[in-house]
Design a protein around this ligand. Structure first.
Ligand code: EPU
Length: 438
């Protein structure tokens, strides 16, 4: 394994990277951010404390914990688990914590199911494109909720929810967090609910499993039709957060880009079939070395591949930018499309600053390579875009600075520490640089 090199200067929200080194060693994937958020929200439905083990230490989880605290959930620690006790949550609650707005949408279903009225910030669009919540609202209204808006806040209340037929399809496929919201509402609703066009993402399956262990009758999670017989009492249980498939995929993309020999541990391999197939098409050797570990060996000179990000089990939209970064230096022309978030291409300008040859050809991005990438100063606009810019910088000649580290911190636990342990020449602080130089 290479020693972590820290030979460039940067400030707190900036990352300095010196490119051109292959990655080598072992990296361990943390708990899934996108599974954590609905599982945290689901704790509101238990009749006692829920214990969650393996929550990732990321800002989005911290934001969700703040939102739950606003709701009156008592949050504590017990060994390696976080405990969440909702027993005093009642009446009307107001979510005020900043940083919680997007994840907090997952609170609607369980709060309404508990008969609690809620006021929470209305999530706006973001750097990956519009983020409407019409599917969430439609579903919750069918269960019997009353939802209105006051300025930039959502006001929601409900009496006893009724089991219902819910269609979770949006214009770009099923909505993942709306499926989670509907599932949470359905477990408390009187009678049977049938969720059609449900998202099949592993995060929905993890939520359904947690509900089953709490005592709910849920069937079909992981298919596009989920049925729930609601109204049973749900007990507080211990839940292990599953590993983060998107973090695992990000390390695969980093290795594909930089070249090297990386063992990735705590990998949900079965959830990554589309990603592993693309890595192999791009020329990487990827083998399963344990039930939950893969080894990727790559030259750092991938082959061009074409991919359309799609709902699970398709190639994940959250890995579209990291993969594109790896393809900047690939031999040939790659075509990249995103059917889930068609406007999720804010990272392309930054790729061009590195010298990447990318063209937005109206709904499809073409990447011509191999481009010779040079270090650049670039600004990240979103979480996965930030990871993508770091990956591009790993393959660029010389020094790069990526600003917007806070985006990375929203969803990756200790990304830069893990990258440095693999030999990436990356640093975020002057102090570290001085320590390394002495
Ligand atoms: N959509 C609607 N109406 C809705 C909801 C969604 O039109 O009411 C559209 C969206 O605009 C998008 C598509 O449907 O075009 C899919 O959106 P979805 O609702 O599935 O996204 P989400 O549930 O808000 C989760 C993840 C995202 C991930 C997407 C897709 C969480 C907290 N977020 O978002 O993760 O990209 O599913 O897989 O689970 C990330 O981690 O960086 C991230 C953005």
């Amino acid at each position: 394994m290479h020693a972590a090199a820290t030979n460039a200067r940067s400030t707190g929200n900036a990352i300095a990277i010196v490119g051109g080194r292959p990655l080598a060693g072992t990296v361990r994937v943390s708990g899934s951010k996108n599974a954590s958020l609905p599982l945290l929200a689901a704790s509101l439905l238990a009749d006692g404390p829920t214990r969650l083990r393996g929550l990732p230490d990321v800002l989005d989880v911290a934001g969700m914990l703040d939102a739950l605290a606003d709701c009156g959930v008592a949050i504590g620690r017990e060994g390696d688990a976080l405990t969440l006790d909702p027993s005093t949550v009642a009446g009307e609650v107001e979510v005020v914590s900043p940083g919680s707005s997007r994840g907090a949408i997952c609170l609607l279903g369980p709060l309404l199911a508990r008969g609690v009225s809620v006021s929470l910030p209305r999530p706006g669009g973001c750097a990956i494109g519009p983020r409407p919540i019409d599917v969430h609202l439609r579903a919750l209204r069918v269960f019997g909720a009353e939802i209105t808006f006051e300025g930039d806040r959502i006001l929601a209340r409900a009496g006893r929810l009724r089991g219902a037929e819910i269609d979770l399809r949006g214009p770009h496929g099923p909505s993942v967090t709306a499926t989670a919201n509907a599932l949470m509402a359905a477990t408390a609703a009187e009678g049977e609910s049938r969720l059609s066009h449900a998202a099949r993402e592993p995060e929905v399956v993890a939520l359904a499993r947690a509900f089953q262990s709490m005592g709910a009758e849920v069937a079909g999670a992981g298919t596009d039709t989920v049925t729930v017989r609601g109204g049973r009492p749900l007990r507080g249980v211990a839940v292990d957060i599953p590993p983060d498939r998107i973090e695992a995929g990000t390390w695969l993309c980093a290795a594909l880009a930089a070249g090297g020999d990386v063992r990735i541990e705590n990998v949900p391999i079965a959830e990554l079939n589309a990603v592993l197939a693309i890595c192999r098409d791009a020329g990487a050797s990827v083998e399963r070395v344990a039930s939950d570990a893969v080894r990727i060996v790559t030259s750092g000179h991938p082959r061009a591949v074409s991919v359309t990000a799609a709902p699970h089990p398709g190639f994940p939209t959250d890995l579209q930018a990291p993969l594109t970064a790896a393809l900047l230096r690939a031999d040939g022309t790659s075509a990249i499309d995103d059917a889930v978030f068609p406007e999720r291409f804010g990272h392309l300008d930054a790729f061009r600053r590195f010298g990447g040859r990318v063209v937005d050809a109206g709904g499809e991005v073409r990447v011509s390579g191999p481009a010779r990438l040079r270090g650049a100063e670039v600004d990240a606009g979103d979480l996965r875009g930030a990871a993508a810019l770091v990956i591009a910088a790993l393959t660029a000649e010389g020094r790069s600075v990526v600003t917007g580290k806070s985006h990375l911190d929203r969803g990756y636990e200790d990304f830069l520490g893990k990258l440095a342990a693999l030999g990436g020449a990356v640093t975020t602080s002057v102090t570290e640089r001085l320590a390394a130089a002495s």
